[in-house]
Design a protein around this ligand. Structure first.
Ligand SMILES: Nc1ncnc2c1ncn2[C@@H]1O[C@H](COP(=O)(O)OP(=O)(O)OP(=O)(O)O)[C@@H](O)[C@H]1O
Length: 299
């Protein structure tokens, strides 16, 4: 198990990671989400040992061989581009001595990718596939991937996802994926960690968010004026005629009663997903933005 305990990191005098603790179990795919600049890459760099933490620790229980157990490519384009797939596998062997080069080469071939062409002359999707193949065949127990599916077409994304799922189910690998594609993460991951203000704001299993996040998504039919509770505490996600989909955070029994007492003709609770959790977590950012826009309008 990879144990992260009380990690703290400041950059340029600003606290980016502020007391983060969690463990990564074997055989899990974990999503890491947060707004731009939330500290996802910084956290990966700390876990991979590229940054020294100001405080706290990253440990792998039952292993002293730390480096070869964590696969992380920081800004992969920088060095991988200058090499062919065959060369890369041999370079990776220095850091990951257990890399299975035969398996690497067979996966490259199965995916119709060239072994002897520099990555710089491949497309983004082809490079993405080669990096996913490298991560899996490295035999590192913990794989950290920053936006691995970004910019890849649907078919390549499915191929990468298939490889990641096979890797965790066939071995003791554990994969952590930083991504802004929350819908994709909901379907791919066993667990999602949401960063806000340098801390873990939520840690949940997709599909079970409702119990942990206290967020409700209601489909409501409202004719006439919008009820005050919807304006004050809700976030309207959709409107089609009189049909509204409204998100509520901190949805406790008091708020539920206020909603029930409205003149809505029909109310139905819908399943909550990570997009909803994310919006609810950053609700104040919307409201600040709205207030600033209104102020601008008045001037
Ligand atoms: N080398 C650095 N020196 C100073 N500040 C940095 C450095 N790297 C990152 N930061 C700052 O740390 C914060 C977190 O950056 P980080 O790249 O970890 O965020 P992120 O969650 O990965 O963002 P994104 O989703 O946009 O990729 C940002 O405010 C960024 O400006």
């Amino acid at each position: 198990m990879l144990k992260i305990e009380s990690l703290v990191k400041s950059l340029d005098g600003k606290k980016i990671i502020s007391n983060i603790s969690f463990s990564l179990k074997e055989g899990q795919i974990v999503g890491l989400i947060g707004r731009n600049g939330a500290g996802k890459t910084t956290l990966f760099r700390l876990i991979a040992g590229e940054y020294l933490a100001d405080h706290g620790s990253v440990r792998i229980e039952d292993s002293a061989d730390f480096r070869s157990q964590i696969f992380y490519l920081d800004a992969p384009d920088n060095f991988t581009n200058a090499h062919t797939a065959t060369q890369l596998a041999r370079i990776f062997k220095i850091s990951y001595p257990r890399i299975d080069i035969d398996w690497f080469e067979s996966l490259v071939k199965i995916n119709n990718l060239p072994l002897n062409k520099k990555l710089s002359s491949m497309s983004k999707g082809q490079r993405g596939l080669i990096l996913a193949i490298s991560a899996i065949t490295s035999k590192a127990r913990y794989v950290l991937l920053d936006e691995p599916l970004d910019g890849l077409d649907l078919i390549v994304r499915d191929q990468v996802k298939q490889m990641l799922i096979t890797a965790v189910s066939n071995s003791k690998t554990s994969i952590m994926i930083a991504s802004h594609n929350l819908q994709e993460l909901d379907l791919l991951t066993d667990r999602i960690i949401l960063l806000k203000d340098g801390k873990i704001a939520n840690d949940y299993m997709p599909g079970e968010e409702l119990e942990t996040a206290n967020v409700a998504k209601l489909q409501m039919v409202i004719e006439g004026e919008l009820p005050k509770v919807v304006i004050d505490s809700g976030h309207i996600l959709e409107k089609r005629g009189h049909l509204y989909v409204v998100l509520f955070k901190n949805y406790d029994s008091k708020l539920a009663n206020r909603v029930k007492r409205t003149k809505a003709q029909y109310i139905e609770e819908l399943a909550v997903n990570s997009d909803d959790i994310f919006r609810a977590t950053f609700d104040e950012d919307y409201r600040l933005h709205q207030a600033a826009a209104q102020k601008e309008e008045k001037q």
